[in-house]
Ligand binder design. Structure first.
Ligand code: GN1
Ligand code: MG
Length: 359
């Protein structure tokens, strides 16, 4: 159901099923996410918790998903990484399964924190790189095979391509006409990407959704604190996390920006991001370094392709604010992909300069 349907009464009743002190709470819906329903829980002026309904259609294995998060939390201890805690239900479980309202969890809110959808600040970009590096460094010890696939083939281009082709076959002419240019770009880029050989990459526990607004920063001082939204935490390759970060850090426009002249590949932000990553580089192997440029192309393209597929499927996956929003997202993401494609040599050079010199 739409997020507005959760009345204060329902939210309070759900919250009361968790081990939180009994007092007066009020809440604010947080509407940035496209999948889950999220509420900030406050007491007076102070935000204390995040209460979230896990979208069970998108994430059928909630038990496995929560197990992944608990497992990862056991590795994410460091003085330079802020820990988020899961608040258990009164029965001691990591999540609540409610007969009417579905699956819910509660996490502690990190006080004086903030997140950015986009940034112009190289300091923010550098910190984003540092914290993603730290996240991977800490999870280096984790065994990927112990993590369930919360969404199988999430970043598998071949599977995403099949879903796209299927949607294309079923879509009405009006839709395919409107998306004509995007469809042509999708076909051309799918061919190009399938020709790039990628071999011998180590499987890691990845976040798989490392867009900038999934990084918490301190409100004053712009220190990156930690990564949030760990639903897609599962096996993956490092270039997924790299590419998804680049798509939202080196691009200073919104994901669904309709004015394409505002979409740019910003070199100072890209370089700052790599500088931050370099602070924690010991976890990266040569084959992974070699795949980074491909990751920076793959991820915006893959997201654009998914948005296009959902547009053709009549918006069955992502929340949309208006009918053609998925097409706008796709066009914007494809436009950024084109701009990234022009910077292949520059990215390769920068990566070698800043990351490859093992000292
Ligand atoms: C979805 O709901 P949110 O914003 O956390 C999507 C991500 C995309 C994002 C669009 C499970 O995440 O892959 O990056 O929308 N998550 C899933 O930016 O599909
Ligand atoms: Mg997410």
């Amino acid at each position: 159901m739409a997020i507005e349907k959760y009345t204060p009464n329902i939210v309070n009743k759900l919250l009361a099923r968790f081990r939180v002190p009994e007092m007066e709470y009020h809440f604010e819906p947080l509407t940035q996410g496209l999948i889950n329903d999220t509420f900030l829980i406050l007491h007076g002026d102070g935000p204390l918790y995040i209460l979230q309904r896990i979208n069970h259609t998108v994430f059928p294995n909630v038990e496995g998903l929560m197990g992944n998060i608990q497992n990862a939390f056991s590795h994410l201890h460091s003085t330079s990484y802020t820990e988020i805690e899961l608040v258990p239900t009164k029965e001691g479980r990591a999540f609540l399964e409610h007969s009417e309202h579905g699956f819910w969890r509660v996490m502690t809110y990190i006080s004086n924190s903030t997140a950015y959808d986009i940034t112009q600040e190289t300091g923010v970009a550098k910190e984003a790189g540092r914290i993603i590096g730290e996240f991977h460094l800490l999870l280096k010890a984790a065994d990927p095979s112990k993590y369930v696939d919360t969404i199988p083939d999430f970043h598998n281009l071949e599977k995403r391509s099949l879903q796209f082709t299927r949607a294309l076959k079923k879509a009405k002419n009006g839709k395919t006409d409107l998306a004509k240019e995007a469809i042509a770009f999708a076909n051309k880029t799918l061919k190009k990407l399938s020709e790039i050989p990628v071999t011998d990459l180590p499987l890691r526990v990845c976040h798989n959704d490392t867009k900038l607004n999934n990084i918490l920063f301190s409100k004053n001082g712009n220190k990156a604190l930690c990564l949030i939204d760990l639903d897609t935490l599962m096996q993956g390759y490092f270039h997924y996390d790299f590419g998804d970060a680049v798509r939202t850090i080196a691009n200073t426009a919104a994901e669904d920006e309709q004015e394409h002249s505002k979409i740019t590949f910003n070199k100072p932000l890209f370089e700052a991001f790599i500088d931050g990553l370099a602070l924690n580089k010991p976890f990266l192997q040569q084959t992974e370094l070699d795949a980074l440029v491909m990751g920076a192309i793959l991820m915006p393209f893959l997201h654009g392709l998914r948005a296009l597929t959902d547009f053709l499927n009549n918006n069955i996956y992502y929340k949309v604010a208006y009918e053609n929003q998925n097409l706008d997202r796709c066009r914007s993401l494809f436009n950024f992909t084109e701009k990234v494609l022009c910077e292949e040599d520059y990215m390769r050079k920068t990566i070698i300069e800043k990351l490859a010199a093992i000292d």
